[in-house]
Design a protein around this ligand. Structure first.
Ligand code: NI
Length: 423
């Protein structure tokens, strides 16, 4: 089935300005883009934009812990280690595979409504997460969070992560699987080497929390550069480092590294502000993440995009720092690229139709045009303007409805899970 977006504005993170076009989506791809003054192609479904709608690539939430929606609001206003040890970890022990399944689906409702088409998730019971992903048609990069604990837990978690990859990596083009060592303070260096060896031999990427807090950096026992060398991370097929707030900006990262900037989570936990401008100057790849819902507390990448675009202008006293187009590119294309998804995150003919439809017929878009659309979206817009989220050319969210998900059932089950883990 083909869908025609008739007379809409399109933009993405590679464009200086938007274009007013007709765009045809067919067989999951962007089949044709032509100027809006030409005769539009025919299609089964037509969305008439009248120049008052915009389509942009779907957002990629490049670092989250989706099922932590069930833990939202626990241990507010505490530093990272205190929050983890006293509030989060004791409750996480009560999570069952079933609770994680419903908590993940609940996160997906939230992410789809705010324009996320793909999320990179680090948690446990990931088989259930993969089932939730496949049943919805959403896209995800999954890893099992590997942490030390009782004897044998590290080995078992790695084995479990490799089985996840065996079973789900590449499934239906919707899922990629990474190895997910949690952080330097939860995985001993010796075991980190084993994980990096496994990543190399299985051709898998790594998703890792690194240099989130100053305390973590002080307790590392070596420089962060030395840690990257010793652990074997530099030789992994590809690596996403979440946070990197305290990562030494003198390090030259390989091209297959992406830093995942989580501005709201870092602000809320008082971890600091990542020196984004320095990394961008060095040409580093930067994607955006929300982190889990209990440290943000939203799963809204549009908000992270706006925060990133504003925060670094203030910190650097430079209004040119992080342009709207750069912020949009970080929120879309860079996350796709970081987790092994090809031809996603830009609006080009032949690319995958993971798209967001935005209603511009609102007061805060008065004055919007092809020249300034990206700036309007980043600075004036919000996820409340989204009227549709499409993955592989199919609507997963449209005008408040979720065609592939049972919203009422998910909310009920997630509420039940929340009550059970707190009782
Ligand atoms: Ni995290």
């Amino acid at each position: 089935m083909a869908t025609l977006f008739k007379d809409i504005l399109i933009t993405d993170g590679s464009r200086d300005k938007a274009k007013r076009v007709h765009m045809l989506v067919s067989k999951g791809r962007i089949a044709e883009i032509i100027d809006a003054d030409r005769t539009p192609p025919t299609a089964d479904k037509i969305i008439s934009g009248h120049g008052k709608m915009a389509a942009i690539p779907g957002f990629v939430n490049a670092h989250t812990h989706a099922a932590m929606t069930l833990l939202r609001g626990l241990g507010e206003e505490a530093p990272l280690m205190e929050w983890l040890q006293n509030k989060i970890w004791p409750v996480e022990e009560k999570l069952t595979p079933e609770y994680i399944y419903w908590g993940t689906l609940s996160a997906m409702l939230e992410m789809l409504a705010t324009g996320t088409t793909c999320f990179a998730d680090m948690y446990f019971e990931m088989e259930r997460v993969a089932e939730a992903v496949l049943s919805s048609g959403m896209r995800a990069a999954l890893c099992r969070g590997i942490t030390a604990g009782e004897p044998g837990k590290l080995e078992k978690s790695l084995q479990n992560n490799l089985e996840l990859a065996e079973k789900f990596h590449g499934r239906e083009g919707l899922i990629t699987v990474q190895l997910g060592p949690h952080a330097p303070y939860t995985v001993p260096l010796e075991f980190m080497k084993k994980i990096c060896d496994a990543a190399k031999s299985h051709g898998l990427g790594i998703h890792f929390h690194f240099m989130e807090t100053e305390g973590e950096k002080n307790n590392l026992g070596m420089s962060d550069e030395k840690y990257l060398q010793e652990s074997g991370l530099l030789e992994a097929p590809y690596v996403a480092l979440a946070h990197a707030v305290w990562l030494d900006t003198n390090i030259n990262l390989p091209d297959n590294f992406t830093l995942v900037h989580n501005p709201s989570s870092n602000l809320k936990l008082g971890s600091g502000v990542m020196p984004l401008a320095k990394w961008l100057d060095k040409g580093a790849s930067i994607a955006l993440g929300t982190d889990g819902a209990s440290s943000n507390n939203r799963l809204d990448i549009w908000e992270e995009m706006r925060t990133a675009a504003l925060l670094h202008k203030g910190v650097n006293k430079d209004p040119l720092c992080v342009s709207a187009a750069e912020a949009l590119r970080m929120a879309t294309y860079e996350g796709s690229k970081a987790f092994g998804f090809a031809q996603k995150g830009m609006i080009n003919e032949g690319w995958v139709a993971d798209l967001i439809l935005i209603n511009l017929d609102k007061p805060h878009y008065i004055g919007v045009n092809e020249e300034n659309l990206t700036q309007y979206l980043v600075y004036a817009g919000s996820s409340a303007d989204i009227v549709g989220t499409m993955i592989n050319g199919k609507w997963l969210y449209r005008n408040g409805d979720y065609p592939t998900l049972d919203k009422e059932e998910i909310l009920e089950q997630a509420r039940h899970a929340r009550e059970a883990i707190l009782s």
